[in-house]
Design a protein around this ligand. Structure first.
Ligand code: MG
Length: 225
């Protein structure tokens, strides 16, 4: 793994080194929002299997159920149920204070008349995370709900690379990791509670750092070298 120390710690005013992180199930646990959404659709019995696989919605819900599911789950209605992961806000604030620009790169969408931006920003503020209103933090969201996450993230990373070096990319899904590695960005997979012990994670684990939680991640990014 490359040495994560960076001259950013010395040249704070001119450095634009960036740390990119996913949001859902990376800085927060969206299970309560998932549970509430399924309750509303009368599909709560699917919760364990949806938590156990990345492709659960497409595999387990009928097409008409999928549309209703996404309209609820990917809306601002239940965002307040999302629970911050322990240590995530503190770690990201410490990285920001060390001079890094924090960039949230999320599959949440921000389309005219159908946007999760305001709810996401409010949640970040309420839970003590660096947020776009603090002057240096960025929130990059999909321009429309149906766009492919991986494609969006790769396009966004290409644009972010023009703003400064991309120091590390953090995510919970193999598709996050693949997008980071596509641009040679050191990638960190956060495993959380190991609820996705699938082959996809093992397939990418060889090229990335795998951490259990944000205290391990903070140590890796701030105290290594
Ligand atoms: Mg995620």
């Amino acid at each position: 793994m490359k040495n994560y120390r960076h001259s950013c710690r010395i040249h704070l005013t001119v450095c634009a080194a960036q740390i990119v992180t996913d949001i859902d199930n990376t800085i927060l646990n969206s299970e309560p929002r998932l549970r509430r959404t399924l309750q509303e659709l009368g599909l709560e019995e699917l919760l364990p299997e949806l938590l156990a696989r990345y492709d659960g919605v497409k595999a387990l819900l009928k097409p008409e159920e999928q549309e209703k599911f996404y309209q609820l789950f990917l809306s601002e209605r239940y965002l307040h149920l999302d629970e911050p992961l322990p240590g995530a806000a503190e770690a990201l604030r410490a990285l920001r204070e060390a001079g890094y620009r924090i960039v949230y790169l999320t599959g949440r969408h921000d389309a005219p008349g159908d946007s999760m931006r305001r709810g996401t920003e409010l949640w970040l503020v309420e839970h003590g995370f660096p947020h776009p209103g603090d002057g240096s933090t960025l929130l990059r969201m999909k321009p429309r709900r149906g766009m492919d996450d991986r494609q969006f993230k790769e396009e966004a990373l290409r644009e972010l690379a023009k703003l400064g070096s991309l120091h590390a990319g953090i995510g919970d899904r193999p598709s996050d990791i693949e997008a980071y590695l596509h641009y040679g960005i050191p990638a960190i997979l956060i495993r959380g509670d190991d609820r996705h012990p699938g082959d996809g994670v093992r397939a990418v684990a060889g090229g990335v750092e795998v951490v259990r939680d944000w205290s391990e991640l903070e140590a890796l990014l701030l105290r290594s070298g």
